[in-house]
Design a protein around this ligand. Structure first.
Ligand SMILES: [Mn+2]
Length: 416
């Protein structure tokens, strides 16, 4: 272990002033992928995270929001979270745990057990308050020596950002500017309080937001997953922390040597195919740039996106081992053949394989819509007879010629 010289824990001779962190976010416990239950995958992730903690012995584990997928998570998802915390609580040299609420979490639900959890060195910050000290978490070693502090800023709703701005005397008329001012003022206040709690020692910040310049996943396959802070906030005072453990975006990325999104541990949509998942291991020393190591979790069930004509997709599915679970998205982007028949063929195949096709999309070009888009505006629909439009529309649905005729006859029978 490269850092064993510096990072001797809980023993005599530990060098003070260093802080080792594992940064994770966006667990989304209870999330389904197009209806598919994912509890077993989350179990693999949580066991992996416990192993990483046993191996690396961090001083703190930071969970930067979106613990749960929905505001009222199922009992099984809550049990998974509390069983994980229970294992941590009984661990020798357990790290300080800091959990903030994300935009998917209910602050009330996440915060309900916080007074109990703090007796187990687990600090939950469910919501931003005017008093910044509520979001400051000192981190100590086993001997009680102060190692640094965490500025644990949770997701802040737009309404709360406006309120924080007003409380800071920044009652700007423009709502977007007012929220940005509230975000900046609050981050600055919490960071200053964290610095004051650990003078001369490293300060790590946590935030659950979309920072300007960050890259969301292309969320075409699951629209609406990213909500809140859509305009993006400037890092502002966050950039002054020694490290910022960001959550909200599911793509692991760094905006500067100190600003990192850990990303979600599991791919939450097919838009995240091919992204490296896991957590980040961060070593902080006063006055030095953070040393960040990516801890990689190989996907418990890989996601596969197959695109092209039906033949390309058939070949892609044939290439997958039917004995190994995989989640597949099928996007038919070209070809003229009968899609209904092709989809039925996929269904027949799925019955005998561990490979599950969770999403199918007809993404072939739509000549009718394209033709209409090219027509001069004043005669768009008048150029065609109503039945012609119906016929073209039915053709785009990928129906069999028999079904097309059936629907067309039904439309004709209406007397159009
Ligand atoms: Mn999230």
């Amino acid at each position: 272990m490269i850092f064993s010289f510096f990072w001797t824990h809980a023993g005599a001779g530990a060098i003070l002033g260093g802080m080792k962190i594992i940064h994770t976010s966006d667990w989304h416990l209870g999330a389904r992928l197009h209806g598919q239950e994912r509890g077993a995958e989350h179990d693999v992730f949580l066991a992996w995270l416990l192993d990483a903690i046993r191996e690396e012995r961090p001083d703190a584990l930071l969970v930067s929001g979106d613990v749960f997928d929905v505001r009222q998570p199922a009992p099984a998802a809550q049990a998974r979270y509390y069983n994980f915390l229970a294992t941590l609580a009984t661990m020798e040299n357990r790290p300080k745990v800091v959990v903030t609420a994300g935009n998917h979490d209910s602050a009330a639900l996440l915060g309900a057990p916080k007074d109990l959890l703090k007796h187990l060195d687990i600090v939950v910050v469910p919501e931003a308050k005017e008093d910044p000290s509520q979001e400051v978490v000192p981190v100590r070693d086993a001997a009680g020596n102060l190692l640094g502090a965490v500025a644990a800023i949770p997701f802040i709703s737009e309404g709360d950002l406006s309120n924080l701005a007003r409380a800071a005397g920044l009652d700007l008329e423009d709502t977007v500017a007012r929220r940005a001012a509230g975000f900046e003022a609050h981050c600055r206040a919490v960071l200053e309080a964290a610095r004051a709690a650990a003078p001369g020692l490293p300060v790590a910040a946590m935030a659950h937001c979309f920072l300007t310049g960050a890259t969301p996943s292309d969320d075409r396959s699951e629209p609406g997953r990213l909500v809140g802070n859509l305009e993006g906030y400037a890092a502002g005072p966050l950039a002054e922390a020694d490290y910022v453990a960001l959550g909200h975006l599911h793509r692991r990325q760094t905006l500067s040597p100190t600003l990192w999104y850990s990303g979600s541990p599991l791919a939450m949509s097919f838009a995240e195919v091919g992204q490296t998942k896991g957590a980040l291991l961060v070593e902080l020393e006063p006055g030095k740039a953070p040393v960040v190591r990516e801890l990689t979790l190989s996907a418990p069930v890989p996601l596969v996106r197959l695109e092209g004509d039906t033949e390309v997709i058939r070949e892609g599915i044939r290439a997958l081992d039917p004995a190994h679970p995989a989640y597949v998205e099928v996007r038919v982007t070209k070809g003229e053949d009968d899609l209904a028949g092709f989809m039925a063929e996929l269904d027949a195949q799925a019955g005998t394989s561990a490979v599950q096709i969770l999403r199918r999309e007809n993404a072939r070009p739509r000549p009718l819509i394209e033709a209409l888009a090219e027509l001069p505006k004043e005669n768009t629909l008048r150029t065609y007879e109503p039945l012609e439009i119906a016929e073209m529309r039915l053709r785009e649905e990928g129906l069999t010629p028999e079904d097309q005729k059936l629907y067309l006859d039904m439309i004709r029978s209406l007397g159009i």
